[in-house]
Ligand binder design. Structure first.
Ligand SMILES: [Zn+2]
Length: 301
C-alpha cells in the first residue's frame, strides 16, 4: 500500500486546483498547509528532496483526511544543510542571523490570512535546530499578528511518542520516504555509502511499514488539528502562543548556555515525547510544564 491509498482522492494541492476547486476546498475547511524542506544529501539511498517530499505528502494526506483545506507547494530552502554534494545551503546552520526564511514565511502567512484562511500549519521536514526555532517562532508571532492560529513544527514532533525522534536519512526518514514515495528509496545503494552504509542498521531497521506507522499518526494529528484550530477561541489561541513561545525560549536559551541541541536532549532520549498528544488535546498548560523540564537534567529519572 502506498501513500494516499484508501483515502479520498480530492485534489488538495493548490497549484493543481482550478479556481472552483480552490473555493470548494476553502469552504470545506479554511486551513492551509505549508510544507517546508530543502534539497540536501540524504545518503546514497534516498532522494535529495526527501525533506520537502515527505512534508508535502504528509500535508496532502492530512488535508484529504480532514476533508478540506489546501496544501501550498513545498518551499525548498532554509536554515542549514550538510557540507555534502547536491546540497543547497540557503543560510548557515549555526548562524543566529536569519534574513531569508523568516520574512518569506511571514509574508506567506499574511497572504494566507488575506485570502481567507482561518488557520495555517507549517510543517518542516528539514530540521536543523535553527530551522526548527525559526519556524516555531514565526508561527507564534504571526498567530498574534494575524489573530489566526498558525502552527509551525517539524513533523517528527507529532510522532515522538510512536518512537520517531527525528533523524537524518536514518531509519526514520528512510522509512517515511519508503512509504510516501517508494521509488525514491534504493536501500541497495547503502553499500556505496561510507557513512550511512557503515553498518547494516538502516538496511535492517528501515521499512515502508514503519514509515506507515509514523505517517499514520502524523496525518491523523494534523487532520485533527486542522479541524479544531479554526474553532479555537481567543483564550485557546493565547494559551497556544504561550506554549509555543516557551519552546522557543528554551531552545534559544539552551543554545546559548549549553549547545545548539540542548533543549532537544531529553526528547532524543525518549523521555519527553508527549508534545503531539498534548497539542491535539489542546492541553497547552501541560505543554508549558513539559517545556519546563527540557533543560532540567537533574529531573531525569
Ligand atoms: Zn531530512
Amino acid at each position: 500500500m502506498t501513500a494516499g491509498q484508501g483515502e479520498a482522492k480530492e485534489k488538495r494541492q493548490w497549484e493543481r486546483m482550478l479556481p472552483a476547486e480552490f473555493r470548494a476546498a476553502v469552504d470545506a475547511l479554511p486551513v492551509v498547509f505549508l510544507p517546508l524542506g530543502t534539497v540536501e544529501w540524504h545518503g546514497e539511498h534516498n532522494a535529495l528532496g526527501l525533506d520537502a517530499l515527505k512534508a508535502h505528502a504528509l500535508c496532502v494526506m492530512a488535508a484529504r483526511r480532514a476533508g478540506g483545506g489546501v496544501v501550498h507547494p513545498p518551499l525548498y530552502g532554509g536554515m542549514g544543510g550538510l557540507d555534502k554534494p547536491a546540497t543547497v545551503i540557503i543560510e548557515e546552520e549555526l548562524s543566529w542571523e536569519n534574513y531569508l526564511l523568516r520574512p518569506w514565511l511571514e509574508r506567506l502567512c499574511s497572504e494566507f490570512e488575506r485570502l481567507g484562511f482561518e488557520a495555517a500549519i507549517i510543517l518542516t521536514g528539514h530540521y536543523g535546530h535553527n530551522q526548527q526555532i525559526v519556524v516555531r517562532e514565526v508561527a507564534a508571532r504571526m498567530t498574534e499578528r494575524l489573530q489566526i492560529p498558525i502552527l509551525g513544527t517539524a513533523e517528527y514532533w507529532l510522532a515522538q511518542d510512536a518512537g520517531y525522534l527525528g533523524d537524518h536519512a536514518g531509519i526514520g526518514e528512510t522509512s517515511l520516504l519508503s512509504f510516501l514515495h517508494p521509488p525514491l528509496v534504493v536501500i541497495e545503494r547503502l553499500k556505496d555509502d561510507v557513512d550511512y552504509g557503515r553498518t547494516d542498521a538502516i538496511a535492517r531497521g528501515a521499512s515502508a511499514e514503519l514509515g506507515k506507522r509514523y505517517a499514520d499518526l502524523i496525518v491523523e494529528r494534523l487532520a485533527r488539528l486542522a479541524a479544531s484550530m479554526i474553532r479555537w477561541d481567543d483564550a485557546s489561541r493565547s494559551a497556544f502562543v504561550r506554549s509555543e513561545r516557551a519552546f522557543v525560549s528554551a531552545q534559544v536559551k539552551g543554545w546559548r548556555t549549553e549547545h545548539p541541541w540542548a533543549a532537544w536532549d531529553r526528547m532524543f532520549t525518549g523521555e519527553l515525547t508527549s508534545y503531539g498528544a498534548l497539542l491535539v488535546e489542546e492541553r497547552f498548560q501541560d505543554i508549558e510544564n513539559l517545556v519546563e523540564e527540557l533543560l532540567h537534567k537533574e529531573l531525569k529519572t
